[in-house]
Design a binder for this molecule. Structure first.
Ligand code: IMP
Length: 429
């Protein structure tokens, strides 16, 4: 099995980075297809911690695996900085950047700040919304425009002046010098000129040749621009369709669709979160799970696992398997609560309602399962887990009807239990 989609099944931060890194070892390409520097994918390998925002987590293996697909919005300053950091740590990935990916420029960040989205939606403040806005209204600059400097300069000047008309000339927006900015970006990206390619061609050709490709989703299903809890979502397609849109690869070519599920739930930013807890449960999850944003450092909201939301994520994505992450964080809870469905106006709902107004009126219906005391970070086989942990996993599988094939029991890549024999071969664990 060699063409794998890794998709967040919740509100992001499900530890997709660890999984994408692991699965990329034997892959030819690891491709990002959505988002930008709002993502924060952490990989702990060889005793070192790496945080990726733009580069796919498979970049750590070096070589030419990293693909930045057309569905991304790329901040050139952040990209070069991330590459430099990686080089300093002894890894030099040869990246492939889609010529059709959009550029996220400093005025997008300023525009987002002025729009109030950081307060209202709790965005990461990286300019993601305004960059995708420019894409949708067809004024955006794309990576391929860098190959035509005169045209790039002229369009950047036009875009900045449009932004100033909307938000005024004062402050940082007024101080941005379009010619200087264009010159800086062209110079910065010059060494990467050769790396700007048609990544849809690259990936489809690779698939025709039977090569192995990992698609690394950013954010999660409930943050999808269409299927998430709108407007408390990001501006890209985080779900299965995002691979078609953001990488130019037909979903029919995918062999495995791995839903990445954190063993409990977290959300960062505003918006409904039915199983949210406050007090000791949330504090314990946040402390043990180190639930602080990789990108912004914000403390994450924490709560119990929500199977109603996961059933919805499975409906949208059609997961062929689940990877259950951070199971070790649950050790020490005497009991674990899991939402199996919701009740609204006295009625038990059959389906998850993604409409936020409806969601606000929903109360989770919980099932209580026994917890376990033992630390499980050293377990490497399913049978080594405490029986309550095995029962927790069985319960999830039974409720969702999808096998849990990977269980993560710690931040390091070695702290992983692989249940499917074919997968274990792929991973060479
Ligand atoms: P934006 O993507 O910066 O526009 O933020 C929109 C919403 O998505 C906010 O609630 C963010 O906190 C959330 N978000 C964006 N990226 C991530 C991520 O990588 N993990 C978790 N939440 C995210």
């Amino acid at each position: 099995m060699s063409v794998i989609a890794i998709l967040g099944a919740q509100w992001g931060d499900e530890s997709k980075g660890k999984l994408a890194h692991l699965l990329s070892k034997e892959a030819d390409f690891c491709a990002r297809f959505n988002g930008g520097t709002n993502a924060g994918h952490t990989v702990v390998a060889g005793g070192q911690e790496f945080k990726f925002h733009l580069l796919p987590s498979g970049s750590l293996w070096g070589g030419g695996k990293a693909v930045l697909g057309n569905g991304m919005v790329i901040d050139p300053f952040a990209l070069v900085q991330e590459l430099e950091l990686l080089r300093k740590r002894g890894c030099d990935p040869k990246i492939h950047i889609s010529e059709a990916a959009h550029l996220l420029l400093p005025y997008h960040r300023l525009s987002e700040r002025l729009s109030g989205a950081e307060e209202e939606i709790g965005t990461t403040g990286r300019g993601i919304g305004p960059a995708y806005r420019d894409k949708a209204v067809r004024t955006g600059l794309r990576v391929g425009d860098l190959l035509f400097p005169a045209h790039f300069r002229q369009k950047l000047e036009q875009n900045l002046s449009r932004e100033r008309k909307a938000w005024g000339e004062s402050g940082e927006l007024g101080r941005l010098d379009p010619r200087k900015l264009a010159g800086e970006i062209l110079k910065l990206m010059e060494p990467l000129r050769e790396r700007i390619v048609d990544t849809a061609q690259l990936l489809n050709r690779a698939l025709d040749e039977g090569k192995r490709v990992i698609f690394e989703g950013a954010q999660g299903t409930l943050l999808d621009i269409d299927f998430g809890t709108y407007p408390f979502v990001t501006s890209s397609s985080t779900t299965i369709g995002g691979i078609g849109i953001g990488a130019g690869v037909s979903p029919k070519r995918l062999e495995r669709i791995t839903g990445v599920v954190k063993s409990y739930a977290t959300r960062v930013g505003a918006g409904p979160f039915p199983t949210e807890e406050e007090g000791p449960v949330s504090d314990r999850l946040r402390r043990r799970g180190r639930e602080f944003g990789t990108t912004t450092g914000r403390p994450r909201r924490c709560g119990w696992l929500d199977l109603a939301a996961l059933r919805y994520a499975h409906m949208i994505n059609g997961f062929t398997e689940l990877a259950l992450m951070k199971l070790d964080v649950l050790s020490g809870f005497p009991q674990l609560r899991v939402a199996t469905t919701y009740r609204r106006a006295g009625e038990v709902l059959a389906d998850f309602p993604p409409n936020v107004e409806a969601l606000k009126e929903c109360k989770p219906v919980y099932e209580t399962l026994p917890g376990w005391e033992e630390e499980i970070g050293e377990c490497r086989h399913f049978n080594e887990l405490p029986s309550a942990a095995k029962a927790y996993i069985d319960f999830i599988e039974g409720q969702l009807g999808v096998p849990v094939s990977i269980i993560s029991v710690g931040p390091g890549v070695e702290a992983t239990i692989v249940r499917a024999p074919t997968l274990a071969e792929n991973l060479r664990l």
